[in-house]
Design a binder for this molecule. Sequence first.
Ligand SMILES: [Zn+2]
Length: 268
Amino acid sequence: MLFDTHAHYDDAWFDADREQLLASMPAHGVGLIVNPGCTVETSETAVRLAERFDFVYAAVGIHPEYSMGAGEAELARIRALSAHPRVRAIGEIGLDYYWEKRSPETTPPRERQKELLRAQLELAREVGLPVIIHDREAHEDCLNIVRDFSDLRGVYHCYSGSLETAKEILALGWYLSFTGVITYGRAKKARRIIEQLPIERIMIETDSPYLTPEPERLQPGRVRNSSLYVHRVAERIAEFKGMTVDEVERITTENGKRFFDIDGAGGA
Ligand SMILES: [Zn+2]
């Protein structure tokens, strides 16, 4: 059974077939999914989907790209949602400097992003949930803040940093999760990192509907990603680590259950 630990079924790209697609997942070997929110609204949708499907769980939080509109009122709504029994993490939260050079007018300033990240890490501490971290081109600042919250449990999603940073994250007892990006081309950097990581600290995800893995990505047109392709990530990790796909599937699912406290797996 595969566990897609990060997929955005609240996205409009799923509007036409969301229900049927999700309902088909267990028959395709995808037995668990976590849907994180990026805004108050998408966090609410994530909770609704988790109420509707027993294999879907939710995370709630405000993504750094949306930090301009996020004040006390929005944080209070995230706090209220976090008490829902199907909510298993605060996320996705973090820092994103990627858009700074590309669209400076609409990118929230670094200080605002950092302030919101700290506020949501405080919230996670207060409500006793783990965190899902989004870190895009902000590795140093992100780790500096996360270090102040080393008492929390966390996962860096769609990990894109260096091996050195990965080791620091592991030292905190945290996890790293990987998407279809590791299927692109030869993925030399990802291979070097994954080879060195203990499999017990790796989770897999799609970040659907984005980051469609290869070979599906190579089809003509924009190919929508979904949890149906999460096995591509497991296959690549198996190749990098010289393990069987079954082993990677079993262990990454156990890791996800432990992390998100599913089926009484318990926090670790
Ligand atoms: Zn995401």
